[in-house]
Design a protein around this ligand. Structure first.
Ligand SMILES: NC(=O)c1ccc[n+]([C@@H]2O[C@H](COP(=O)([O-])OP(=O)(O)OC[C@H]3O[C@@H](n4cnc5c(N)ncnc54)[C@H](OP(=O)(O)O)[C@@H]3O)[C@@H](O)[C@H]2O)c1
Length: 275
């Protein structure tokens, strides 16, 4: 599996999303993923599936250093003592000694960012996670957070797919030495319906979903975490490293970003750069 080096750790560029997958279905797909070569799993306290993810990890009998596990702290737990407790609770539910990456799930302007970042660095100093980062941070917030962290944040996890350009966040991340993890990388299924992407896919003998994922991981310091609850799709979504999109094909997908189609926009979201 291709990896990128960010925040002092090697991170597999392809991970399994687990939002809205719970209980047995969650344990089963996590187990099937690890058993079929996936090495990166994305969860969060908010997904209420950390116990099921932990069960799946144990069922696969995978060595701890053979997979990369990300979890996240919800935005109402960002006061330092709450964040530290939230991380310990995630570890308990997962049944792990440490995470690989711990993220602030959404920004919360009611808690000073300096305190949030100090608490993140504290959980890393305690050995509870190997790396730290943020999610749903705008370009301005990325700059501020990475400054406060002294350059130690690994990445920002944001919505990113061919229909949502993220050029401002991307530029801020590049300048800050951070990566971008694309969530909703399949635009929650819409990538499979797009004619431009389907045409390119036909040329390569691939599915539209594979082309959408390939477009992401072919960009520098870019990771993707497609979700599937269907073990049969695990093989499809992983088979994206045996072909390459041409410059023209990359540009054709990038051009779709002008649509600015955002699928996740809760009322507590920050003022997006594309608003
Ligand atoms: N940080 C955040 O705030 C945040 C927000 C949203 C998501 N996330 C993370 O990002 C992950 C992915 O995002 P997402 O779950 O919202 O959306 P997504 O990965 O873009 O799309 C998932 C949808 O695509 C379908 N799908 C999967 N593989 C497919 C394929 N090969 N062909 C056609 N359809 C396919 C899935 O159906 P099946 O399950 O039936 O296969 C599901 O309906 C989440 O699970 C979560 O881990 C993070």
């Amino acid at each position: 599996m291709k990896t990128v080096s960010l925040g002092g750790v090697e991170i597999p560029v392809l991970g399994l999303g687990t939002w809205q997958v719970k209980d047995e279905a969650c344990s089963d797909v996590v187990r099937a993923a690890l058993e079929s070569g996936w090495t990166h799993i994305d969860t969060a306290a908010r997904y209420e599936n950390e116990k099921a993810v932990g069960k799946g990890l144990r069922a696969a009998s995978a060595a701890r250093d053979s997979y990369f596990l990300t979890s996240k702290v919800w935005h109402d737990q960002l006061e330092p003592e709450k964040l530290i407790q939230a991380c310990e609770d995630s570890l308990d539910r997962l049944g792990l000694e440490h995470l690989d990456l711990y993220l602030i799930h959404w920004p919360n302007p009611r808690v000073p960012l300096k305190e949030q970042i100090e608490a993140l660095l504290e959980v890393r100093a305690r050995g509870w996670t190997r790396a730290v980062g943020v999610s749903n941070f705008t370009a301005d917030l990325v700059r501020e957070a990475q400054d406060l962290a002294g350059g130690q944040l690994a990445l920002n996890q944001v919505e990113y797919h061919p229909f949502l350009s993220q050029e401002k966040v991307r530029a801020a991340l590049d300048a800050a030495g951070m990566g971008l993890t694309a969530y909703a990388p399949l635009a929650r299924g819409a990538v499979s319906e797009d004619e431009t992407i389907r045409d390119i896919a036909k040329r390569h003998g691939k599915s539209a979903a594979q082309v959408g994922l390939r477009w992401l991981v072919q960009q520098d310091n870019t990771l993707a975490i497609p979700k599937t609850s269907n073990p049969a799709r695990l093989a499809e979504n992983a088979a994206i490293f045996d072909f390459e999109l041409s410059e023209a094909e990359m540009a054709a997908l990038t051009a779709l970003g002008g649509e600015r189609r955002r699928t996740i926009d809760p009322d507590f979201a920050p003022d997006w750069d594309d608003a």
